[in-house]
Design a protein around this ligand. Structure first.
Ligand code: SF4
Ligand code: SF4
Ligand code: SF4
Length: 277
């Protein structure tokens, strides 16, 4: 077997991606939804302002978004009630609530093409500011993964990290089954009641300093399962109990449904290098 892989390696060359040295993404790679406010009809005020839309010219993308990631009234205001709406400071498409379904892109492509796909990997957020996110790990990074009630697709992306294409081991990143050896807890799934004891058990056994990466829409806010569970589910990001629990930890929110391996790798490398601000 070893001979087979050696022979293939010599014959076909290295097949692992060059990332992070180069952003050698595959054809059709997308990792972000970009909102161009200058193209949006609400910025232009092209059509008549309609009472139905609460003074906004168009609300199509907000209407189709299944997760409430787009709140146009948070982005625009027309406080005078006359003329075009103006941009409010601070409002934006909420990447933590975006499941990357593309409905807004399709809808807007017929209207103004103000929403498009992009290749920005840096959509993670440190949701609870204040903790030291400097260089806290010196050598290899060990990652413990826990599935708290996922559909399995987030796990497929994590598994892909260990294949020869992404090959995370070449970068000194390893998946460990034991929480005691872990530097990072990678959490997927909606945080179901059935998994909560196991989640706490794993968490208790990971020594500090440590990072908690909330990966995928489910772990952030319940994702597409949010309203399907018997008791509803708010995931971990908007959960007050978790905010208290994570007070001494470094938490990273990694959105999308699921995040692709480049996005996961990007966050793990930032943690390893201590480049989180
Ligand atoms: S669908 Fe397009 S034009 Fe309409 S509000 Fe959304 S971004 Fe603006
Ligand atoms: S991609 Fe889907 S979830 Fe994300 S903002 Fe657009 S409609 Fe909402
Ligand atoms: S975030 Fe999406 S891909 Fe990941 S577990 Fe939830 S539903 Fe599945």
């Amino acid at each position: 077997m070893a001979f087979f892989w050696t022979y293939n390696g010599l014959k076909f060359g290295i097949k692992s991606v060059k990332f992070p040295k180069e952003n050698d993404f595959y054809d059709g790679f997308i990792s972000s939804i970009n909102f161009d406010e200058n193209k949006c009809l609400n910025s232009k005020g092209l059509a008549n302002l309609s009472e139905k839309n609460g003074d906004l010219t168009c609300i199509e993308c907000e209407s189709v978004c299944p997760t409430g990631a787009i709140s146009l009234h948070d982005i625009y205001s027309n406080s005078s009630g006359k003329g075009k709406a103006s941009r409010k400071s601070g409002g934006a498409l909420d990447t933590n609530r975006c499941i990357f379904c593309g409905l807004c892109v399709d809808t807007c492509s017929d209207i103004a093409s103000a929403i498009n796909y992009g290749k920005d990997l840096n959509l993670y957020t440190p949701p609870f500011p204040g903790n030291d996110r400097g260089k806290i790990f010196k050598r290899s990074l060990f990652v413990k993964h826990i599935d708290t009630g996922s559909c399995g697709a987030c796990e497929s992306e994590i598994n892909a990290l260990s294949n020869p294409y992404y090959n995370i081991h070449r970068l000194g990143i390893f998946i460990t089954p034991s929480p005691r050896f872990a530097d990072v807890l990678l959490v997927t799934g909606t945080y179901t009641k059935e998994m909560s004891d196991i989640f706490f058990n794993v968490l208790e056994n990971i020594p500090r300093p440590r990072y908690i990466v909330l990966m995928g829409s489910c772990s952030l806010f319940g994702g597409i399962f949010k309203n399907g569970l018997k008791d509803g589910n708010d995931g971990l990001l908007f959960n007050d109990k978790m905010k208290k629990l994570f007070k001494e930890d470094n938490v990273v929110a990694l959105p999308h449904c699921p995040p692709n391996p480049f996005e996961i790798l990007n966050v793990l490398l930032l943690i390893k290098k201590g480049d989180f601000k």
